[in-house]
Design a protein around this ligand. Structure first.
Ligand SMILES: O=C(O)CCC(=O)C(=O)O
Length: 320
């Protein structure tokens, strides 16, 4: 029965009607872009296809030209600066040893504690979702200035942390762009930071990514025949989306890299960088890692596949 209702846009709108506080963030931007919508209305890329949308500064100009003119950038350690300078070209930046051994031990102990007291919100068996809602330590790791100030530098604007995911084992997720899940208008107003919570090997199913893929057009419902109608969502499956991405990788002969990270290393990715999790070669291996996703404050935020506006919880630091 639930699956039957899920294909109808009004089911989501009905649910969203009672979530005004978490959805009203889009209203200001609907007005700015002349979109006639209520806070609970269905929304997708189809609503913006007649609009151009401003580009983020580092999508428009090269980071090598822009970043050295910014004080925050110049105050960063030399190796961090070097990695950020490749952002416009690569769509990712790697920060070695960003979190210390002790800090990461603290994050792992916190995750173990959450599992012990059963406050971990598991999804699909291996993901702990939104630990930042209940753990002060993990919230501070993602929302604290040390990391956030670098991400704001790359987006050229203020951001809010939206989501955290903790993995104990590899995600084995096929290649995708986060913009199909956490979509924005204008495009590109999302950014993510992935942190290795232990040394990562090929056996454990490392994170993979395709350098430069962020410069390809954003793939939206229309691109794989998933638009639907005014009442119904499209009828394609998520594998249809993944197949589409696979064909884009082949057509463009994109080169895959894997992130054989050391404990504490970070990989930051662009909203449209293609990435995923390699298969686990050793099914007994762990791959402890944590990813934070952020939205820019100044954008319409939604989920392209389900055509829903994003429920943004007003984030304040948890008490413990
Ligand atoms: O950790 C991984 O293997 C993939 C994570 C990912 O795709 C994401 O968080 O968007």
């Amino acid at each position: 029965m639930l699956d039957f209702l899920r294909q109808y846009k009004f089911s989501y709108s009905f649910f969203n009607f009672f979530k005004k506080k978490e959805l009203e963030h889009n209203l200001e931007f609907y007005k700015k872009y002349g979109i006639d919508k209520k806070y609970y209305s269905s929304v997708s890329s189809e609503d913006f296809k007649h609009l151009e949308g401003e580009k983020n500064i580092l999508d428009d100009k090269d980071a090598r030209e822009v970043l050295p003119t910014i004080d925050t950038f110049n105050s960063l350690p030399e190796d961090v600066q070097q990695s950020l300078l490749g952002w416009s070209q690569n769509g990712y930046a790697i920060l070695d040893g960003f979190f210390s051994e002790e800090e990461v031990d603290g994050f792992n102990a916190e995750v173990d504690r959450m599992i012990d007291v059963r406050s971990a919100n598991w999804r699909y068996g291996n993901k702990i979702m939104f630990a930042i809602h209940t753990s002060r330590l993990l919230y501070d790791a993602g929302a604290g200035d040390k990391l956030k100030s670098i991400l704001e530098l790359l987006l050229g604007k203020e951001i809010d942390i939206f989501q955290s995911i903790n993995f104990i084992t590899g995600s084995q997720q096929r290649t995708h762009s986060d913009s199909i899940h956490m979509s924005t208008f204008p495009n590109g107003n999302m950014i993510a930071a992935w942190i290795a919570l232990e040394d990562i090997s090929m056996e454990s199913g490392p994170l993979h990514y395709y350098p430069g893929s962020h410069q390809l057009p954003y793939v939206v419902n229309r691109d794989y025949g998933n638009v639907g109608t005014s009442l119904k969502l499209g009828n394609k499956t998520y594998s249809d989306y993944e197949d589409k991405i696979e064909s884009i990788i082949q057509e463009n002969k994109l080169e895959k890299k894997v992130f054989l990270a050391k404990k504490g290393d970070i990989l930051i990715w662009h909203a449209n960088l293609l990435h995923g999790g390699d298969p686990m070669l050793d099914e007994n291996s762990t791959r402890k890692s944590m990813v934070f996703h952020y939205y820019a404050k100044e954008a319409v935020c939604y989920h392209e596949i389900t055509q829903r506006p994003t429920l943004k919880k007003k984030m304040t630091a948890p008490k413990s």
